[in-house]
Design a protein around this ligand. Structure first.
Ligand code: NAD
Length: 446
């Protein structure tokens, strides 16, 4: 692909080096999104049945925030940082510099096509990289707006956006990049990592998994129910950090289920299918997959269960934790008696991307006793909105993290530089005559 070579040449020419130049590109991106906002809303409605409110709050606003953060902090982030030098290295000084990684590849999934392509892109621009942005093939209307927006705003020797199926990804992965930022399923994450290993290309993998919501016996049930249902049903459950299943203390099960039913109906009414705020599954294949889950677990349905075309109703299931990530509006709820049962269930679906704990207990020990990417006590999903928090998974749910300063670091090579004087340090040099004496001195000073 000619753009890859063009981007290599542009990067080597120091084209992205200047901080003011990078800021100007961020402002151009900000303006381009503003210009294309209404086209994006139309496209969201078409591809995901998504309301303008949700499209703004869960996609566009997050990109604006990230751009704002970088514009406000780029000077500070890009400064070399002086660090102490041990006195044995007298006369030298040390600093940490952040160099751009170079030519980067960003691959995004279908579920948040704007946020998950543009937030990494903001990091790539801020840190001084060039970028090829490869969008998922499942959101054609959104892609059309994004591709047009990025390719009109930027020269292709700097940023180039494209979509396409697996064959396009395979070709891109055959090429040599300086860094790959991939968001998608653990299955494809392995393919990306395997391909990257051929070139020893570093990767960040933002993957999925089964994120539990845990409701302890001392939780405020009404608020817990609303927060879990909200986090589950935004984007019709197609959210990497959506609660995948609920573990509730047996003493609170009935109250929680009742409160969840009420929450669903207070958010979307009783005619959910015709409610404009409730979205659609991205395509027929994914809708079919979800229908199969529902039909396989008919006897466990406690709410919802209907589905037609790309519409799948909010569905609550009793005692049916599935092996695979659900990625749709189906929510299994299971009871537990003792906290060790919670740990055992999580261990069967290891390394959740997120964990949500509902409790009135301060600093509950469970937070330290299970491994997960990140999480919230008494809410869902919103941790990813705070650009001061690193966002990422652990092992099967991901490698590396980003957002805000962490994005700048993710897209940078962190380099240690020492500045020395022209004076020599003869005690170190061969021939090692009187080595015993010299070693004695060295042992003392180190
Ligand atoms: P996916 O892995 O199927 O696709 C992601 C990208 O990989 C797309 O661009 C797609 O074209 C490409 N791709 C698909 N098959 C490929 C193959 N065989 N070889 C090379 N490339 C291939 O993911 P998806 O279905 O679009 O998105 C859903 C998944 O993404 C879920 O697992 C979800 O949890 C995860 N996700 C994670 C995050 C996060 O931030 N951690 C965010 C959103 C989604």
């Amino acid at each position: 692909m000619e753009q890859i070579q063009k981007q290599r040449d542009f990067f080597e020419s120091q084209g992205t080096h200047d901080i003011y130049w990078r800021k100007a590109r961020l402002r151009e991106l900000q303006q381009a999104i503003k210009t294309n906002e209404s086209a994006l809303y139309e496209a969201f409605k078409h591809d995901l049945g998504k309301s303008q409110f949700e499209a703004y709050t869960t996609e566009i606003a997050i990109v604006y925030r990230e751009i704002k953060y970088m514009l406000q902090n780029l000077d500070r982030l890009s400064l070399a940082k002086r660090v102490r030098t041990p006195w044995v290295l007298m006369g030298k000084r040390s600093e940490i510099r952040k160099q751009p990684r170079g030519n980067v590849l960003i691959m995004s999934p279908f579920n948040y096509p704007v946020q998950l392509s543009l937030v990494p892109l903001v990091g790539a621009i801020a840190a001084g990289n060039t970028a090829i942005v490869k969008l998922s093939e499942f959101t054609p209307s959104i892609n059309q707006v994004l591709i047009n927006m990025l390719n009109v705003t930027f020269d292709d020797h700097y940023i180039y956006a494209m979509d396409g199926d697996v064959s396009v990804n395979t070709k891109l992965l055959d090429a040599s990049f300086d860094f790959i930022f991939f968001t998608g399923s653990p299955h494809v994450g392995k393919i990306v990592m395997r391909a990257a290993s051929e070139h020893l290309t570093p990767v960040i993998l933002e993957l999925g998994g089964k994120s539990p919501a845990i409701v302890l016996d001392d939780a405020k049930i009404k608020a817990a129910a609303q927060k879990i249902i909200w986090g589950k049903l935004i984007n019709t459950g197609q959210t990497c950090v959506a609660p995948d299943y609920v573990l509730v203390h047996e003493s609170r099960y009935d109250d929680l289920v009742e409160a969840m039913k009420k929450a669903i109906e207070s958010f979307y009414g009783q005619d959910i299918k015709n409610n404009r705020d409730y979205g659609r599954i991205v395509n027929e294949t994914h809708a079919k997959r979800l229908r199969l889950i529902i039909s396989d677990n008919k006897e466990n349905i406690i709410y919802g269960g209907d589905s037609e075309g790309r519409y799948v109703a909010p569905t609550l299931l009793r005692d049916t934790i599935l092996d695979d990530e659900i990625f749709g509006p189906i929510l299994p709820i299971q009871t537990f008696k003792e906290i060790h049962e919670v740990k055992e269930t999580i261990a069967k679906h290891p390394n959740p991307l997120a964990l949500y704990l509902f409790t009135e207990t301060e600093d509950h020990p469970l937070l330290n006793e299970v491994r997960f990417g990140g999480g919230i006590v008494n809410d869902t999903v919103l941790h990813l909105v705070n650009d001061r928090l690193p966002f990422g998974g652990v092992r099967t749910s991901g490698i590396g993290h980003y957002h805000g300063e962490h994005s700048f670091d993710a897209f940078s090579h962190v380099q240690g530089i020492m500045h020395s004087t022209s004076r020599s340090l003869p005690v170190m040099y061969p021939p090692y005559t009187s080595w015993y004496k010299r070693l004695k001195i060295i042992r003392k000073v180190f």
